[in-house]
Ligand binder design. Structure first.
Ligand code: ATP
Length: 260
């Protein structure tokens, strides 16, 4: 059980991809195994296929070939409600046309747990209030979502995903809009959730702090997958990004990258 989820008992999901291909070569035969509760960073240069891979895992795209399994069950087998209880997604660009307050927006995270005509219950309100505090949003609760900055919107979408109480969270460049304090706070919160996390990231040093495992993509193909200490080395970085990375030795994974 995760402490951030108070008395809610959430079991992290396992994820498996078996030779998944999509988009006529955009992704080619990608396989991975992620154990429950682990954090996977998907890395690669612009256009490598990171967002496409995430879209396949959250069911927005269907593989042309191969299989995606969550908790050993094919993604196709889950109903929409089952999937929204199990899987939450936070994207880098948030749609801005919601005429909702911040609190309303976060409340949507509880929808998968409510009957068709039933309102929020006491435990739902408790979780929403907890999310407002965790994501530093208490003073924004009554503000209109559209009036927020990019970073504030991103924190609201995290709070909404938190309220979904998922077993798996998928994050597309999660720290993109956040200032340094909120980046650090978010990474710390995500680590404390106790659920399985798959995130696309660009900052190699952040990856080393954040992830257990890495999936490295180049032009839709998997170059390497495994523990951070195995995958994050100068040879792989050169192959994926075409830059020479020099370990600085300040920490186990601290790379100086060339300036141009
Ligand atoms: N629906 C689509 N139709 C055609 N091409 C697509 C589609 N979606 C993605 N692509 C192409 O597939 C490639 C991979 O795109 P994707 O967005 O997955 O890359 P990425 O690794 O997330 O890149 P970035 O770091 O720039 O966000 C790109 O060349 C992109 O133009």
């Amino acid at each position: 059980m995760s402490s951030l989820y108070l008395d809610h008992n959430i079991r992290p999901a396992s994820v498996e991809l078996r030779n998944v291909s999509w988009g006529q070569g955009i992704l080619q035969s990608v396989s991975l195994t992620l154990e429950p509760g682990k954090t996977l960073a998907v890395l690669g240069a612009n256009g490598a296929g990171k967002s496409s891979l995430l879209r396949l895992i959250y069911g927005y795209y269907t593989p042309e070939r191969g299989q995606i399994l969550i908790d050993d069950q094919s993604l196709q087998v889950y109903s929409k409600t089952e999937l929204s209880r199990r899987l939450a997604v936070v994207l880098q660009e948030q749609a801005g046309d919601f005429a909702l307050t911040v609190k309303d927006m976060i409340s949507l995270g509880r929808m998968p747990y409510l009957g068709r005509f039933s309102g929020l219950r006491e435990q739902d309100h408790a979780m929403i209030d907890h999310a407002l505090q965790l994501f530093d949003l208490v003073s924004f609760a009554k503000r209109s979502f559209t009036s927020l900055s990019g970073g504030e919107k991103q924190r609201v979408m995290f709070a909404r995903a938190f309220c979904q109480a998922p077993s798996l969270i998928i994050l597309d460049e999660p720290t993109n809009h956040l200032d340094i304090r909120h980046q650090l706070e978010l990474i710390s919160l995500i680590k404390q959730l106790g659920i399985t996390v798959i995130a696309s990231l660009h900052d190699l040093n952040q990856v080393a702090d954040f992830a257990d495992d890495i999936l490295l993509l180049s032009r839709g193909k998997m170059i390497a997958q495994g523990k951070v200490e195995t995958v994050l080395n100068p040879a792989h970085i050169q192959q994926a990004f075409d830059v020479l990375a020099i370990p600085r030795g300040i920490s186990r994974f601290d790379f100086a990258l060339p300036s141009f």
